[in-house]
Design a protein around this ligand. Structure first.
Ligand SMILES: *Cc1c(COP(=O)(O)O)cnc(C)c1O
Length: 403
């Protein structure tokens, strides 16, 4: 096989849908008006913006006026957490989140902790699931916010956010979900009013980078995040990224129109790939839940190797994968998510994540498995731990064995 690109890192970002790129183009040129302007030219941009808001709102059962466009998923998470805590200061000073959140939530919570807010970080079970029982025990009279992600980016586990949100709601606590990985994949709905805030990002669903949204339930008095002009009902100042927002809405339209079809296709590829890896490579385990799992997500820990080393070798074969979340790349510390699900540190170091999407084919996955078998064998042969281990096992580690 010649050197083709095999992109298996859709959880980090996805290539844009061509239609989304095309939809954006006029807003860079003919329709360049500032949507806040008073003339006809501005009207076109303003209409595009409000149509996009309607389209996005419909995807989660929200009202258009509950959707606020932001500069990223990260910004939406920061806004939700920081502003909710500030606006609830009289009521209480306690946030509940989880140990497996994306850094956008985790570091925002840590920043609040530095300002004197009490934060409880819930532990997941070994599959990465946050159980309602665990949340229930952590709720105190001064809890003002619960933030739990819809699906985890590193291990693909889908969280029971309907139950978690219901529990928070019953106790009069705001519930926020970082739905960046779940949006477009899971049937998320805010229609029953239990979710107070929800974050999503365009570039994870084939839209442009640098655009996100925060859904804020209409009764939630969330303070402004950026102060300035009157955009986004004075809550998020700054001239709107009209082209980006239009591209986001187009990507959402395409993604939601074929959500079921995509899920079926991806699940088949995912299960095929996971099956081959687990049966053909020894000393490997799947991380995250086998059942409650994103349809495009396959993540593993290979014993006796460093995930980073495997990534570099895969890259020379044109294969793009990840060792955890992109944000932790370059750090040598094992992933906080893998530690939270109770993996020993040496095992967590062997993490490799493959996430699939529209461009993924069975042939690409077959090629990837073949390369993985060769690479992992080669890396292990250089590992003194493995050589010692293999010697104990009569130099013949059993094929297909997991640990
Ligand atoms: C990618 C991601 C984010 C950050 O979104 P950006 O738009 O890249 O800032 C937040 N949370 C999760 C779960 C993600 O996967």
């Amino acid at each position: 096989m010649g050197k083709q690109l095999i992109y298996l890192d859709y959880a980090a970002t996805a290539p844009m849908h061509k239609e989304a790129v095309e939809a954006m183009m006029p807003y860079f040129s003919e329709q360049f008006g500032n949507p806040s302007g008073q003339y006809t030219l501005a009207g076109g941009a303003k209409r595009a913006l409000e149509n996009a808001r309607k389209q996005i709102a419909a995807t989660i059962g929200a009202r258009p006026e509950e959707i606020y466009f932001t500069g990223s998923g990260t910004e939406a998470d920061n806004w939700a957490i920081k502003s909710a805590v500030k606006s609830c200061r009289q009521k209480g000073n306690h946030i509940i989140t989880t140990k497996i959140e994306h850094h956008a939530v985790l570091h925002a919570c840590e920043a609040m902790e530095a300002e004197g807010v009490r934060v409880t970080y819930l532990s997941p079970d070994e599959n990465g699931v946050i159980s309602p029982e665990v949340l229930k025990k952590a709720i105190t009279p001064d809890t003002v916010l619960v933030s739990v992600m819809a699906a985890n980016n590193e291990i693909g586990t889908i969280e029971p956010i309907e139950e978690l949100a219901a529990l928070a709601h019953e106790n009069g606590i705001l519930f926020h979900t970082d739905a960046v990985q779940g949006y477009g994949k899971l049937p998320l709905s805010v229609a029953d009013g239990k979710i107070a805030m929800l974050s999503a990002s365009a570039h994870k669903i084939g839209g442009p980078k640098g655009v996100g949204f925060l859904y804020v339930r209409r009764d939630v008095k969330l303070g402004s995040f950026l102060h300035g002009g009157a955009q986004e009902k004075r809550r998020r100042a700054g001239t709107e990224n009209v082209a980006g927002i239009v591209g986001f809405a187009k990507a959402a339209e395409i993604t939601f129109a074929k959500r079921e079809e995509t899920k079926e296709r991806e699940q088949k590829l995912r299960d095929y790939f996971i099956g081959r890896v687990l049966s053909e490579i020894p000393y490997v385990r799947l991380t995250g839940s086998a059942k409650e799992r994103l349809s495009n997500h396959a993540s593993f820990c290979f014993q006796f190797i460093e995930g980073e080393t495997v990534l570099i070798m895969l890259d020379t074969d044109g294969i793009c994968a990840s060792s955890g979340s992109a944000c932790t790349t370059g750090q040598t510390e094992p992933s906080h998510v893998l530690m939270a699900i109770g993996l020993p540190e040496d095992v967590a170091h062997g993490a490799v994540r493959f996430t699939m999407g529209g461009g993924t084919t069975k042939e690409q996955l077959d090629f990837t498995v073949e390369r993985m078998k060769e690479i992992i064998g080669r890396v292990r042969a250089m590992s003194p731990y493995y050589t010692k281990f293999a010697a104990r096992e009569d130099g013949c580690p059993t094929e297909g064995r997991t640990f």
